[in-house]
Design a protein around this ligand. Structure first.
Ligand code: PEP
Ligand code: MG
Length: 581
């Protein structure tokens, strides 16, 4: 049994067989061979090496003839690597002494080489890493070992173990078979984490290197509540987690009974409890769970999940589906928030040194009007079907907000001139997720109809901590007092101007933090659909006065740790059912 600790990003427990992905998403499960077959396995590798070697030599000759000897030398260098005696010794040891399959040995050894080269931080050597991975692929193909099947071709339940999973890869996981996942990299606030929550997949990220230690046919437990991953659990551990799984399932069933009850404190304060979605299909689950509306529709996932760049019609169809499904309830459509960890089809941005401080979100939309206009047209067109509101992300300056609003007006005029049905009188809001916006909120408040606080980015930019970086995960705290002060100030300004303000960052999906936000004056929360019932349960278990007392006390603390410990303690007193043992 191996116990690993990572960052819990999506709650729940999952148990199942491991599916190990290599860096490129190939499926190379760790397989062992019987001791008596090891020599034959090594011979298979030698044949594969010969075949790849012959192909590289042909490539070298042909390329040299066409493009000159310098270009042909690329293959000469690959040949040299392929015949490197240390490489052969390492492969031989793994296959003949550790009895690893040749494919698994190739995948591990060459990936390790490539990683070592990349770490040297030298662009020339980093290019060599690509050569190493190329050789890996060729050998795996020769061994008949790579299955180029996408993960969507699964037929049995698995727990995915991977070095990295991008938000779009995560979005592509087949929920019928993938029970959970864990990755070596990743941080607490990254979009991979958000998608995992959306899909209700227990997940742990930022574990550090561990894939090498995974045994053949490993069984895995993912504890998404505590960030633990257990490989090949012993009988007692397995029993413990099976019990946890049952307890969770029965709690989920009990909470589901709250579906048709309002999100109202026990002394009658009604809270608007909406849901965050990434895909139109999720709207159905939101309704099923009694959401008051969609408080955040992350529309960029239309880009991340489709093979081609979405057209205006694709946007229109998606938004119309959501707003029709929500049947008169408000739907807040956030315009594209591409960039940083969410890249679309075409390279909209050159490689940036600091992508989270770079050309992302509204900045990217305003500089790519051929991307932005179709989306705005589609939003205004879909608005004829229901209560659509538009929201701009990452607004930092008044100028950006004005530009975005102006474009919305221009697009409305175009639609009007073309005689296309649309609605232009929709509420326009902005996300409050950059400290500069909070500082200037008394000016912004005159130019928007509503605000929504994005605590994920607000914490990132206030604390100068990359939300998806595992090395600084401990510093990424949405309950840091500095973040809480910015939230409190935003609420104050909004209230003083009678402008609605919601919180749609992940902070509101934590029941104890939701109570704190209510105590600070928030009356509108938007949470992932999977957490709707928990948050509602917390709201229905307390009085307004209790929330205010929580807020009053919390605002006196100096550290995020003190805040979180106190909140957990209060939740234990007020809603013990929600505190997992
Ligand atoms: C946020 O930043 O809090 C937010 C809701 O937006 P996203 O997580 O998509 O950046
Ligand atoms: Mg954000």
């Amino acid at each position: 049994m191996i116990e690993l600790q990572g960052i819990p990003v999506s709650p729940g427990v999952a148990i199942g067989p491991a599916l190990v992905l290599d860096a490129d998403g190939y499926r190379i499960p760790r397989c062992l061979v019987a001791a008596e077959d090891a020599a034959g396995e090594f011979a298979r590798l030698t044949t594969a090496v010969d075949a790849v070697s012959a192909r590289l030599e042909t490539n070298r000759l042909e390329t040299s003839a066409v493009a000159g000897a310098n270009t042909g030398d690329i293959f000469a260098a690959q040949l040299q690597m392929l015949h490197d005696p240390r490489l052969h010794a390492e492969l031989g040891r793994r296959i003949q002494e550790d009895f690893q399959s040749s494919a698994y040995a190739v995948s591990r050894v060459l990936n390790n080489y490539a990683t070592a080269l990349r770490r040297l931080d030298n662009p020339l050597l980093a290019d060599r890493a690509e050569d190493v991975l190329d050789i890996e692929k060729q050998l795996l193909l020769e061994l008949g070992a790579v299955s180029r099947q996408p993960l969507s071709d699964l037929t049995e339940p698995v727990i995915v173990l991977s070095h990295v999973l991008t938000p779009s890869e995560t979005a592509g996981l087949d929920r019928r078979y993938v029970r959970g996942f864990c990755t070596e990299t990743g941080g607490p606030g990254g979009h991979t984490a958000i998608v995992a929550k959306g899909l209700e997949l227990p997940a742990v990220v930022g574990i550090g290197p561990f894939l090498d230690a995974i045994g053949s046919a490993a069984h895995v437990i993912v504890d998404g509540d505590r960030g633990r991953v257990i490989i090949d659990p012993d009988a007692a551990t397995l029993e413990h987690y099976q019990l946890r799984l049952q307890q969770r399932q029965s709690l989920t069933a009990r909470l589901a009974e709250l579906k048709d009850l309002p999100a109202e404190t026990s002394d009658g304060l009604r809270i608007q409890l909406s849901a965050n979605i990434e895909f139109p299909q999720e709207a159905h689950a939101c309704l099923e769970r009694g959401a008051d509306g969609i408080g955040l529709y992350r529309t960029e996932f239309l880009y991340l999940s489709s093979a081609d760049e979405p057209s205006e019609e694709d946007h229109y169809e998606a938004y119309s589906q959501v707003v029709r499904e929500m049947d008169g309830r408000p739907v807040v459509i956030r315009t594209l928030d591409l960039g940083a960890d969410k890249m679309g089809h075409r390279p909209l941005v050159e490689q940036e040194h600091n992508p989270f401080l770079g050309l992302r979100s509204i900045r990217l939309s305003l500089r790519n009007l051929d991307l932005f206009r179709p989306q705005l047209r589609a939003i205004l067109r879909a608005a004829v079907h229901g209560d659509i509101r538009v929201m701009f992300p990452l607004i930092t300056t008044i100028v950006e907000l004005r530009q975005a609003r102006m474009l919305l007006n221009v697009v409305a005029e175009d639609l009007s001139e073309s005689g296309i049905p649309y609605r232009s009188d929709i509420p326009v809001g902005m996300m409050v997720e950059v400290p500069a916006a909070v500082v200037m909120l008394d000016h912004f408040v005159r130019e928007v109809d509503f605000f929504s606080i994005g605590t994920n980015d607000l914490a990132q930019y206030t604390l100068a901590v990359d939300r998806s970086n595992e090395y600084v995960a401990d510093l990424y705290q949405s309950c840091d007092p500095a973040v809480l002060r910015l939230i409190a100030r935003s609420i104050e300004v909004a209230d003083a101007n009678d402008t609605p303000i919601a919180v749609c960052g992940e902070m509101s999906s934590n029941p104890a933090r939701a109570l704190l936000l209510i105590g600070l004056g928030v009356r509108n929360l938007s949470v992932p659909p999977s957490t709707l019932h928990r948050v509602k349960k917390a709201i229905r278990s307390v009085t307004m006065e209790q929330c205010q007392q929580i807020a009053e006390r919390v605002m006196k603390f100096q550290t995020a740790r003190d805040v979180d410990l106190y909140l957990l303690d209060r939740l234990g007193d007020l809603v013990p059912e929600l505190v997992l043992k």
